[in-house]
Write a protein that binds this ligand. Structure first.
Ligand SMILES: O=P(O)(O)OC[C@H]1O[C@H](O)[C@H](O)[C@@H](O)[C@@H]1O
Length: 447
């Protein structure tokens, strides 16, 4: 059975294989601190064991709820922000047909997202679409108090209540939140919604393998047991009993921290499959919130290639040399499309006639990698054999594990996000939220 692989052979001259090997002791020490749960933020390490802890009963319960929503609704809106939607969206978009939402013969509901922005037009247009459609809502918030999903849920709940009676509304809403705390928990209990719990010791950005990710993924029609199986395999492949050079998470953490120390302050995640766009978005939150603190941390950025080679390619090739790339590569495409032969050959493409489009994509990938390393952009390559639930499970858990190790190498607590509160405090002060009177007064003086 194939697995995810990592290739760090193209990170020279800044970082050499020898330097990576020399990091071995430090990295394995941080890995042990992580798995022993003896480091910073150790009350948020429940995600480490999720792949082993999810049992058949939990999977069955989630699948049963998913089947109910699938049976009732043509559209299911996932309401959540940050870690409460990015994991689900990463997996669903990676597996969905690119034109899923435009197909009339879909077997599963179209998944829509709300509460991840406060765009009034976005909200209006979603309500306008759904007003005469059959829809359901999965509302997800660990804290249960985040403003964006609270607004998103309030308007969708109101729409559901105008369309259906109380009992039917209950059948169409599922809440995923804290076991006992928060406004969403209180509301769900008052209204009698079905609920799933986000464990206390799992932070939002590490929650894709809890009902936060699993329920929407199951509603979209994908196998959550395969996803968990992949994560479980990656847990074993990144355990403390695995030698450093065979542990992809250890090697990734070592290489990116060495690059950072050499002045490579920005890591660009690269994909060659548009379906992976939201995997990069999920990864950006995972690494950005985990490492960006104490005025330290690699800035996680992302591009979709070859699309962005025609917009950002110039900067990457010849701009400031403060970047490195991590390419997420998928070895095999799911479908075959051959490039046709053309009599006139005006576009001079006949030399490619009969070749698969993926072959061209792969040569673009290889050519870009060589060009970028030649241009002073070190390259890490992470490869999965194909895009399916199992390998996505491996990929997600790999990045989570490496993030924990990497944050410890950097010396920060990778499992908190105190800085996110600053904008919220100002927004509440500006909006005149009760309890923020002093802040309101102070901020008004600055306007
Ligand atoms: O699930 P929630 O409590 O609504 O939080 C949703 C997101 O917003 C917060 O502000 C945090 O920065 C994120 O880490 C979190 O994933």
């Amino acid at each position: 059975m194939k697995n995810l692989t990592i290739d760090v052979s193209q990170v020279a001259p800044e970082v050499t294989q020898d330097m990576i090997n020399k990091e071995q002791d430090n990295i394995l020490k941080q890995l042990k601190t992580l798995t022993d749960k003896s480091g910073k933020g150790n009350d948020f390490l429940g995600w480490l064991d999720l792949p082993d802890n999810i049992d058949g009963d939990q999977v069955m319960s989630i699948e049963k709820t998913a089947a109910r929503l699938r049976g009732k609704a043509d559209y299911v809106v996932v309401v959540g922000i940050g870690g409460s939607y990015l994991g689900a969206r990463a997996v669903i978009d990676a597996l969905n047909d690119s034109f899923d939402q435009l197909k009339d013969d879909r077997k599963n509901p179209a998944i829509l997202y709300a509460g991840q922005n406060i765009g009034e037009d976005y909200t209006y247009e979603m309500l306008d679409l759904l007003k005469d459609k059959s829809f359901g809502v999965i509302v997800i918030s660990k804290s249960g108090t985040t403003t964006e999903p609270a607004i998103g849920f309030r308007v969708l709940k109101e729409l559901l209540e105008t369309k259906y009676d109380k009992e039917e509304v209950k059948e169409r809403i599922v809440a995923v939140t804290d076991a006992s705390k928060g406004a969403l928990r209180t509301l769900a209990e008052q209204e009698g919604y079905e609920t799933y719990v986000i464990p206390d010791d799992v932070g939002g950005r590490f929650s894709v393998l809890t009902p936060v990710g699993l329920l929407p993924i199951a509603v979209a029609g994908y196998s959550i047991s395969e996803l968990v199986r992949g994560a479980k395999e990656m847990k074993a492949l990144t355990g403390t009993d695995i030698p450093f050079d065979k542990n992809p998470a250890a090697v990734y953490a070592a290489a990116r921290n060495l690059l950072y120390q050499k002045g490579k302050k920005i890591e660009i995640m690269v994909n060659y499959q548009p379906k992976l766009h939201y995997v990069s978005e999920w990864w950006k939150q995972l690494y950005g919130e985990s490492e960006g603190k104490e005025h330290k941390g690699i800035f996680p950025a992302a591009v979709d290639f070859t699309t962005d080679l025609h917009s950002m390619g110039q900067w990457i090739q010849e701009g400031e040399r403060s970047i490195f790339e991590t390419v997420v590569s998928v070895a095999a495409a799911k479908h075959r499309v051959l490039i046709p032969r053309d009599e006139a050959d005006l576009d001079k493409l006949n030399y490619l006639a009969g070749k698969r489009i993926d072959e061209v994509n792969k040569m673009a990938e290889l050519g870009t990698r060589i060009a970028h390393t030649d241009g002073g952009v070190p390259n890490i390559k992470v490869e999965i054999p194909e895009l399916n639930e199992y390998y996505l499970g491996q990929l997600l858990y790999f990045f989570e594990k490496a993030c924990g190790i990497s944050g410890y190498v950097l010396g920060v607590n990778p499992f908190d996000q105190p800085g996110v509160e600053a904008y919220k405090k100002n927004m509440f002060a500006l909006l005149g939220k009760p309890g923020f009177e002093q802040e309101t007064e102070a901020i008004k003086k600055r306007l």
